[in-house]
Design a protein around this ligand. Sequence first.
Ligand SMILES: [Fe+2]
Length: 389
Amino acid sequence: MTSDVLLDLRKFLAPEAVFGVGAGRLAGRYARNLGARKVLLVTDPGVAIQPWFPDIVASLAESGVEHVLYSDVRPNPRDSEVMHGAEVYRSAGCDCVVAVGGGSPMDCAKGISIVSANERHVLAFEGVDNVPKPGPPLICVPTTAGSSADVSQFAIITDTTRKVKIAIVSKAVVPDAALIDPALTVTMDRELTANTGVDALTHAVEAYVSNAHGPITDLFALEAVRRISRHLPAAIETPEDLNARGGMMLGSMYAGLAFSNAILGAVHAMAHSLGGLLDLPHGQCNAILLDHVIDYNFTAAPERYTDIGVALGACIPPGADVEEKRRLVLAQVCALKAAVGATATLGSLGVTTADLERLSEFAMNDPCMVTNPKAPTALDIRAVFEHAL
Ligand SMILES: [Fe+2]
């Protein structure tokens, strides 16, 4: 018997999510309903000065919930920032964590939550299903349309001793609630919008071609590609366009649901390596690497990459051979990158050939490499890095 449905076992996990303008102001109500009395509010210095931030803080007070602010979080959040946050949580007597920000504050908040419940160093949770006890209630309010940490079962933390990013993959880091408010993203500048947007696109692309994809993640991944390609240029050109911002936020959420369950691939393995070793911005690394990795992977999943090309708007003739498809898909991805101003190279960020051996070695050890559709050698990865210099 043949089947057009993938029948391999697949699990799909998603948190409770509220999507729409005003979702951020529900933080207080959600915290109270989860039994919170005192919240650790995790954010970063850039988010804490946004004009809408006081409204989110006020929603806590209006619901009778106290809060302690923790904003000592930088991009590529470090193990030390998580441990410091957990100490603040403990000493202030908090019983709930609310994260407001992009991927860095949300991943840091996830770390603080599980460290607080288990009283272990955050690095002890590295890997899959290594968190014995669930953390206290965790509410995430994303402020970029990119990381989707608010819907994912991933937390990525920098091990400052080894200079690598570790992945914590566990149901315990799926938030209790994701409050997804497109209005919070209108204050992002062009560069952040572009880099986080291409990060979201990369989540969708890598989830769709992942070895662990399934029928549910496919649905979210392809729709994410469509929405991101339609709305990202407009979100950059007209930052206050709520329709474009909403389209991006929805596309990012779909991409998050896809990659949280189908995992990622070589682009993220390599971006994690760049972030851990050289502290480079995650979204920008993905944007630089995306087309180079598609070029490398293409023959391992030509039909899947063709679906992505079509979802991006490419016209691919029915009789096109694999080489023709590869050319058209790559042209479409590069056109989108050019349209959003993602023109940097690894060389322009200061990466040199002297870095490539360690970068390749670390990327090969990253858990995201396991689900890449093609199994590379370290030399293959080095060559991809070299093309992106
Ligand atoms: Fe990412």
